[in-house]
Design a protein around this ligand. Structure first.
Ligand code: BGC
Length: 766
């Protein structure tokens, strides 16, 4: 953990070159535009430690499963976000010296991620082998508007001498995933071409049928004057490039602009790809770098307008929350319901597939409150579209209904650890909960009749077949599961799983009634299609009435699972810190036998089903579980922080928030080099808005109950709620609610009903 970046409210700044930590900076400096993303790699050659990463949304590779002991039911493959053609590459020679920052003398190095406008810059002074100095300035962005376009501006100013510069912009498709199971390369070439000013490379994945065409062109300027150059062409398998010799005068600036397009057969017919790719880059060159950047930056301004959180009095917190919001918005832009949000987004390869329960449990609230309604809706439709695969998945396990996968790209399960693949089934309930969350937030009940009910009914069917009736106790049990706390496997009656399963079924019955009453024209068709029948509903009622929830009367807490209290009860504070993190110091069996909890489990249920539990239940359970939780998943502290805020433990809420806020910027878990924790970034946002701001939805109304952490002077955030946009500002003494857009609406503030007219501002003394 350390001070990797300079504190700045809108920028992430690496000041000085840190070769030993380069992979950490590469992750932090990642940029994306929802359709593709890049780690913060250098354009020129770099022989130091680096993970070159270029990832294209929705393009993946089914890498053959590798496990020691095969279990029936394991998936054949693990879908991996695939490292694609390296398109940023520009080799540079300065008077015969190859520019490689790990080999040359470098000074005044700065790498800066500009979050306000969405671009990455680098600047430095480098010395060639004859000790002549050059100033280098590089800027690149992925357009948020033309989402198949990337552009780079690469400038060199010889400071001491006239010189010969060789620029070699190229496309290199001979790339490999760092996490490839069998050390295989995943791409074959389809075709390529190169001429004096432009080139392309089309590759297809060895399995499946993804084709990606990447094209580039360039222009060169000396100061502001374009220069025409004859290039030496490079043209060999999976590689195209242009070698350009430029004679530069001392103190003149030579700039190479490289425009790149990336198009795939996910959006175009294969035979159209090459033409499309060339037309994008030729239009881009015509418009020019600065105008294109400006267009993309304007999009960022719009995004920030609703999603920014402003924190006064704590610049490091300000930088952190903006970093998290920025990363979320560059990972998922919501216009394609086939895409989702991987735990590492476009910033690394770990976690392979794109979709975990993280999306529903953590990310949806962020997009619901800060972006247009269709964005969260598309995340729901993603699961709706994968319902048939989820049904196949349940059938494979001999169960009814639908079991959504733990990790997936296209709806098929990719995970292959039996205790998670077959047992971490609580994910089904998070998917149903997201439907409920969306409907209560937006009021869009029609969603239930269009898509939602199908998913709710099939997930309920799964629960009904997975639960078993225990006639001795007259209770339904769910045996052999793994709860959110993955430091316990194959447990019986995980409280969270049983609670959410029962809730899932209850909500399904409620949703059936909503559709029956309000969308009667659709109801009969749905009834037929889904084969809704009394007998099944009676079974569901029986299950929800008789679900077993482990509870300790003595301690007055829900029990994480049967037998949890049989374990030796030790608190984290009493562990010698050198044992932490447990997953790096203890054997797996020791972790499983211990009482320590990886991540929010019972508390996750209290957070989701907030209205169903009162203050004292939340307090008792928090007091019991927080001291036993090691928070070794980045998804954990935010949930504990929100519950702490709710029960009035303000300092604790802030302490837990700090664990999530700068997780990647400070490399808190010592794993930022692998990529960023994108999905837990949404948890950081939740800690502020749901935690400190106390945002809940109560009977269709927005409810707020804010407090301000002691370290801050003031903070504010905006919330899109149905037709309204409101700004909430909290200072140490005053709460201000501004109704910025929308007609009269009522909300609940500190448990009181309040009505706000259009443009009305309300102030309340705290
Ligand atoms: C967590 C899961 C999570 C996954 C991906 C794991 O460490 O325990 O809850 O879904 O990471 O973020």
């Amino acid at each position: 953990m350390g001070n990797y970046v300079k504190v700045d409210e809108w920028n992430i700044i690496e000041d000085g070159l840190h070769l030993g930590n380069n992979k950490i900076y590469e992750s932090i400096m990642s940029i994306g535009n929802g359709k593709m993303g890049l780690r913060g790699n250098f354009e020129e050659d770099f022989s130091g430690d680096s993970l070159k990463g270029t990832y294209i949304a929705g393009i993946y590779y089914p890498d053959k499963t590798r496990v020691g002991w095969w279990k029936n039911g394991y998936p054949e493959y693990f879908a991996k976000v695939i490292n694609a053609t390296d398109f940023i590459g520009i080799k540079v020679k300065l008077n015969e010296t190859n520019l490689d920052l790990s080999k040359l003398k470098v000074s005044e190095f700065k790498r800066i991620l500009n979050m306000k406008e969405g671009y990455l810059t680098r600047s430095f002074i480098v010395e060639d082998n004859s000790n002549y100095k050059y100033k280098v300035e590089v800027k690149r962005f992925l357009s948020m508007v033309k989402t198949e376009l990337a552009a780079i501006s690469y400038s060199i100013t010889p400071l001491d001498n006239d010189c010969e510069i060789i620029f070699n912009p190229y496309l290199n498709g001979d790339v490999q995933n760092e996490d490839s199971n069998y050390d295989e390369k995943f791409w074959d070439e389809v075709d390529r071409s190169v001429d004096n000013i432009s080139s392309h490379l089309s590759l297809k994945t060895k399995k499946l049928d993804f084709v990606v065409t990447t094209a580039m062109n360039y222009s060169v300027y000396i100061d502001d004057t374009p220069v025409k150059l004859i290039s030496e062409l490079q043209n060999h398998e999976k590689y195209v490039g242009n070698n350009l010799l430029v004679k530069a005068k001392r103190q003149s600036t030579v700039t190479l602009f490289k425009y790149i397009s990336v198009v795939t057969n996910r959006y175009y017919k294969k035979e159209e790809l090459v033409d499309k790719a060339y037309s994008i880059i030729s239009e881009a060159k015509h418009i020019g770098f600065e105008k294109l950047l400006n267009e993309s930056s304007c999009k960022w301004v719009k995004i920030w307008n609703n999603s920014d959180i402003i924190i006064e009095g704590d610049p490091s917190a300000q930088q952190a929350i903006r970093f998290n919001i920025f990363q979320l918005n560059q990972t998922y832009t919501g216009d394609d319901s086939r895409l989702n949000i991987g735990p590492k987004g476009f910033t690394g390869e770990k976690y392979g597939g794109s979709t975990y329960w993280d999306t529903e449990a953590y990310c949806i609230p962020f997009y619901l409150s800060t972006r247009e309604e269709y964005i969260a809706k598309n995340l729901l439709i993603y699961r709706y579209n994968q319902l048939e695969k989820a049904k196949e998945n349940a059938a494979k396990l001999g169960l009814k209904g639908a079991l959504y996968p733990m990790v997936t790209m296209n709806g098929e399960e990719c995970h292959n650890e039996w205790e998670i693949t077959f047992e971490e089934i609580h994910r089904n309930a998070a998917i149903s909960f997201a439907i409920y969350n969306y409907v209560r937030y937006t009021g869009d009940e029609a969603y239930l009749s269009e898509y939602g009910l199908d998913v709710l009914v099939e997930t309920s069917r799964f629960w009904a077949s997975r639960a078993n009736y225990n006639k001795f106790k007259d209770k339904y049990m769910i045996l052999g599961v793994t709860g959110p706390n993955e430091y316990e496997n194959n447990v019986n009656n995980n409280w969270y799983t049983n609670t959410m399963a029962s809730w899932n079924i209850r909500y399904t019955m409620e949703a059936i009634n909503i559709v029956k009453e309000k969308f009667s024209n659709k109801y009969e068709d749905l009834k037929k299609k889904l084969n809704l029948n009394e007998e099944e509903i009676n079974l569901w009622k029986d299950i929800t009435n008789k679900m077993y929830f482990p509870y300790s009367k003595e301690l007055d807490v829900f029990l994480q699972q049967d037998g949890y209290l049989d374990k030796e009860q030790i608190l984290v504070k009493n562990l010698d810190p050198k044992n932490l993190p447990l997953n790096q110091h203890w054997s797996w069996d020791r972790i499983l036998r211990s009482c320590f909890i990886k991540q929010a489990d019972v508390l996750q249920g209290l957070y989701f089903l907030n209205d169903e539990f009162d203050y004292s239940v939340k307090k008792h359970n928090f007091d019991f579980y927080e001291p036993r939780t090691v928070h070794e998943s980045s998804l954990s502290p935010c949930i504990h922080s929100i519950i702490a805020a709710e029960i009035g433990y303000e300092d604790k809420a802030y302490e837990l928030y700090l664990r999530t806020a700068r997780l990647d910027l400070d490399n808190y878990n010592n794993d930022t080099d692998d990529g960023l924790h994108i999905t837990s970034m949404a948890g950081t946002w939740m800690s502020i808005v749901h935690g400190f701001g106390g945002l809940r939805i109560k009977n269709g109304k927005l409810s707020l109950k804010p407090f301000i952490p002691k370290a801050w002077n003031k903070y504010s955030f905006k919330i899109v709620f149905r037709e309204s946009l409101i700004k909430v500002s909290v200072s140490t003494s005053i709460l201000t609610i501004e109704h910025q857009v929308g007609t009269k609406f009522s909300l609940i503030i500190n448990d009181k009903d309040i009505t706000l007219n259009e443009n009305e501002t309300l102030t309340i003394n705290l």
